[in-house]
Design a protein around this ligand. Structure first.
Ligand code: HEC
Length: 153
């Protein structure tokens, strides 16, 4: 494949994701809300891509490790994602994020652990095991969302 064609393909993807992200966050001006949602979108993108590889048969098996590591890396850049006062605005964070900050933190740690477990097996070639760890990550996302994120988006 020529370089120019590759470049075009990559750019087409950029346009789509950028415009979607802008449409989603256009009304929100609180930098913390926009920042944390952006990081979660990155994680969500990697999870979708992993789903295509692990559940739908996309051939990019060599990229499983990349997506798992990049997801962990994204969360490392979350920083202070839920400071006081950022419950107001276009956010889906429930009040419980602040009233039960210990539980919230615990869910975050569990998700980090689940992602690390996925990374550990990601180059093993054992698809069954990788799928199990991938499901574990999915459960950890859902576990937090059930308690700390409002339904609908
Ligand atoms: C510790 C709790 C927690 C964990 C763990 C967690 N999330 Fe979330 N997630 C949230 C909260 C809270 C929001 C709502 C943020 C807001 O709207 O301000 C959110 C929002 C999102 C969004 C929507 C972002 C947007 O554009 O509004 C996506 C996508 C998402 N999470 C994906 C994931 C994925 C994928 C994982 C697992 C790899 C994950 N989350 C793990 C708490 C969590």
């Amino acid at each position: 494949m020529g370089t120019s064609l590759k470049y075009l393909a990559v750019c087409a993807l950029c346009t789509i994701s950028t415009s979607t992200a802008i449409a989603h966050t256009s009304n929100e001006k609180n930098p913390y809300i926009v920042h944390r949602q952006g990081i979660y979108q990155v994680a969500g993108g990697h999870m979708n891509t992993l789903k295509s590889i692990l559940m739908l048969g996309h051939p990019a098996k060599a990229d499983i490790s990349y997506h798992a590591k990049a997801m962990l890396e994204a969360f490392k850049h979350h920083g202070d994602a839920f400071p006081e006062g950022t419950h107001k605005g276009k956010t889906h964070a429930k009040k419980s994020v602040w009233t039960d900050s210990e539980g919230f933190k615990e869910q975050g740690q569990m998700a980090g652990k689940a992602i690390m477990e996925l990374i550990e097996v990601s180059e093993s070639g054992d698809l069954k095991l990788i799928k199990t760890k991938f499901a574990g990550v999915g459960k950890s996302c859902k576990g937090c969302h059930d308690d700390y994120r409002k339904k609908g988006s």
